[in-house]
Ligand binder design. Structure first.
Ligand code: SF4
Ligand code: SF4
Length: 380
């Protein structure tokens, strides 16, 4: 395994691959029923392969991921061989004492006296405001002082602008976690966020290096582009190498639920060094990205500058769903998601065509016109 360090935590060597404990094997498709023997086998094999960072969170597997991880660490006597990462469910915090309440429960579930890496979970503008208004930063500082957490960071899902505000909003952040992959160079924090984090000495953990698995199952046309490389290389390797090539990236997190996935990812993360992608490989990745980009319905980068819509339309979310449907040719799945997420509220039906968002879009998208078009696509 390859190991890297966080600029502000350089005493720790962390594996370049972390195990995300949100897609563990389950029984009868029920996320709350983790298949313990199978999940334990992945845990043990990951540990043996040198993975030393295990990432869980309050809501994963309906609260059972933390319970399972605590049991696995105890069962394999592994507490001093790994780092536990977990996250505060910011969206559930109503009053200041809630931070403590959740952390206490998490320590119990994880059967540990301390969490090595503790993150404020999935921050966006609203959740950042919750942290500021409800004493979240004071709580983190206190929990660090008394040793219940060792290192404080945040995971992130919003625009680059909000990312900067959060990074600049507290000097004691030690690391952050963002979504990044070869299709999402300009999505959310994106490549600009990587550079800004480095400027501020924040090590970056990358989540969704495979875009939730989509980049492992790519269309044949993209496989043909990769085949031009001349040497056999699976789609996952292209995606992971792209992420681990960046000097700002300390680790790629992958939600590995199967042994095969684990072995593939371990082999890649062991050899994918910083700045190791050649010009020829970069040209192939650029071509693959261009293939996907050409299929996008709308050139939305998800920057969020058009938010909030005064009528509650989730503009980037609707455009993102539409784009993914065309890029990965999964129209039926996208139409089902549309029905459950946006048909009743927050979708194109709520758009009054007021036009207020148009001048806010740096991509020059005629948002109301495109929303009308998206409705035709989703409601076919
Ligand atoms: S045009 Fe539609 S999406 Fe844009 S601000 Fe008005 S209601 Fe919202
Ligand atoms: S529609 Fe424009 S402003 Fe809104 S998220 Fe997409 S690119 Fe950004």
């Amino acid at each position: 395994m390859q190991y890297r360090t966080f600029p502000k935590i350089n005493e720790l060597q962390v594996s370049a691959l972390g195990l995300g404990c949100m897609r563990l094997p389950v029984i009868d498709g029920d996320p709350a029923r983790i298949d313990k023997p199978k999940a334990d086998a992945v845990f043990e094999a990951a540990l043996e392969a040198g993975v030393n960072y295990f990432d869980t969170a309050w809501p994963y597997h309906k609260g059972m991921s933390e319970v399972w991880l605590g049991e696995a660490v105890e069962q394999f006597s592994a507490r001093d061989k790994l780092y536990i990462a977990s996250k505060s469910p910011v969206w559930l915090v109503q009053e200041e004492s809630d931070w403590e309440k959740f952390l206490d429960q998490q320590l119990k579930k994880l059967k540990t006296s301390h969490i090595d890496f503790y993150l404020m979970h999935a921050l966006n503008r609203d959740r950042w405001n919750t942290i500021l208004q409800k004493g979240g930063l004071e709580f983190l500082a206190k929990a660090k002082r008394d040793g219940r957490i060792k290192h404080a960071g945040f995971s992130f899902h919003d625009s680059y602008k909000v990312f900067k505000d959060i990074v600049d909003g507290w000097d004691d952040w030690e690391f952050c976690q963002i979504q990044y992959n070869y299709l999402d160079e300009e999505y959310q924090a994106g490549a600009a966020g990587l550079r800004y984090a480095e400027e501020k000495a924040l090590g970056v953990i990358v989540m969704e290096p495979l875009r939730g698995g989509a980049l492992a199952n790519i269309p044949k046309a993209v496989l043909d582009i990769f085949a031009a490389y001349g040497k056999p290389r699976i789609a996952v390797e292209w995606a992971l190498r792209h992420v681990l090539d960046r000097q700002e990236v300390v680790m790629a997190l992958s939600g590995m639920g199967k042994m095969q996935e684990l072995w593939e990812n371990v082999a890649i993360a062991s050899s994918a060094r910083i700045n190791s992608i050649s010009r020829a490989e970069r040209a192939i990745l650029d071509k693959a990205k261009a293939w996907f980009d050409a299929r996008m319905a709308v050139p939305c980068t998800g920057c969020g500058y058009c938010k909030p819509c005064p009528f509650g339309v989730n503009i980037p979310e609707v455009f993102g769903l539409w784009n993914r449907a065309l890029m990965f040719d999964n129209r039926e799945k996208a139409r089902r998601s549309y029905k459950s997420e946006f048909a009743a509220a927050g979708g194109p039906l709520d758009c009054t065509q007021c036009g207020q968002c148009i001048p806010l879009c740096p991509q020059g998208i005629n948002i109301p016109a495109k929303l009308r078009e998206s409705r035709q696509f989703f409601e076919l």
